[in-house]
Design a protein around this ligand. Sequence first.
Ligand code: GLC
Ligand code: MG
Length: 558
Amino acid sequence: MSPVSPLSPAVSRTDRRPAVPRWWRDAVIYQVYVRSFADSDGDGVGDLPGIRARLPYLAGLGVDAVWLTPFYSSPQADGGYDVADYRAVDPLFGTLDDAAQLIAAAHEVGIRVIVDVVPNHTSDEHAWFRAALAGGPERDLYHFRQGRGENGELPPNDWESVFGGPAWTRTRDGSWYLHLFAPQQPDLNWDAPAVHAEFDSILRFWLDMGVDGFRVDVAHGMVKAAGMPDIGAREQAKMIGTQILPFFDQDEVHAIHREWRRLLDSYGGRHGRERIGVAEAWAPTPERLALYVRPDELHQAFNFQFLSCPWEPAAMRRVIDSSLAATGSVGAPTTWVLSNHDVVRHLTRYGADDYAGGLRRARAAALLMLALPGSVYLYQGEELGLPEVRDLPDGVRQDPSFFRTDGQDGLRDGCRVPIPWDGELPPYGFGSGGSWLPQPDDWRNLTVAAQTGDDGSTLELYRRALAVRRELPGLGDGEMEWLPSADGVLDFVRPGFRCVLNAGPEPVELPTPGRLLATSADLRTDGTAPHGDLGADGPTTTLPADTCTWWAIGRTAR
Ligand code: GLC
Ligand code: MG
């Protein structure tokens, strides 16, 4: 999204930007949860042709890239994160040809495509695992062990699955296999050269089809500590992201990412277009997370510290500073993310049962996030102000997860409810045949159609913010500087730009900083918009509680 052409004479030799603009460093990347985005064939499940038909929406929103969640052949034990064939599209979502057409059509409208790759585990219906269960040499590609206890009736160690229960399941021959997630997701053994070779080939398959990169699922999990030592504590899922476990964030995992980076770079060179890897990695500190984005590893890692941060200005500022410092120390851009398909939507996290209050904060948070240096990940539906659906009947839930984090109900279906496009009633234009999870009957005002053209809508706020981000050269990758501010206020400048967030409960009055570019809520301005230096007696603006504002300042103020 660099506004400066690499050939432009304005770029001096001392400019540290590489000759090829590094599109991913400040890209806004939109996560499409494929089964819930748009359904083309009326089976109630979103699919690849559905996404293709909605590309004009994504182009109009102004995103640089999409990340598509897994659409590969899968028994769907974990929403497709259990892959049976990495080179095939599940009939639920379309065909390989649909995938190729979607990629090409996205490129035509200037949107890059990132696909998910799931290297930590396969489905139990993958050909390798079936052969392994039948006693073939493929057993070495997974982690089979004898159990403990007199007759091997106890799991080989005390590791727990992220989804709850032991991380081991016993097979008919009496041995056990490791699965850090559901029993239908056996972990691969990355000590086996055949596993490396197979993923090398899978990545090439999709790169040859034209994808611009991969979101690497469980990028911190592929290597297990030698000897698979006991942890000696229960509730291990709660330790993820706060300490190093023998199955997560082992130092040796980085060798795999280096291998992948070499492969990605070889494609970038050949086609003159950088292909990227983004790590879904849970690391205990920003510094350990930054190891995944060293210059010879992946390009980006999701910033889960930002996602998990409560609505507390001081804590938010700490997370912003520590994220920037950590990624900056290895020369990588930071990413910012508030929601994804695994967590309660941020509107609901911030607002609990108060929709209006949650929306207010969610809108402010979006402007904050989009003003920070680096790349931003949006999760489908946040631009519509969708809340978590908390009253799904148990009978329709499909998530195998019982992974609990604070503020989460332990099940991940509530953030995966299909998108409302238009109309007054479910399925609101999602498709012609209902939706795999029921949508609430009060979403008629949240549809894309209802919000389009309404200046006060959340959709128009996102459209405006993304448009401003594209227009202002200083808003992508680059410097930011904090300004002194009152309690509850975050105030910083970027080149030609200032962002002021009042995240406190009381209104805050400040000298009007410049020309208003965007605001998450109505403001009160006294006096006229300034054109020059502002004295203490100049016009003032009052920011109500939970409001974020963007201002053009200095040279770019018109
Ligand atoms: C990642 C995915 C999640 C999935 C898990 C196992 O965390 O985001 O949805 O359940 O990996 O593949
Ligand atoms: Mg469908």
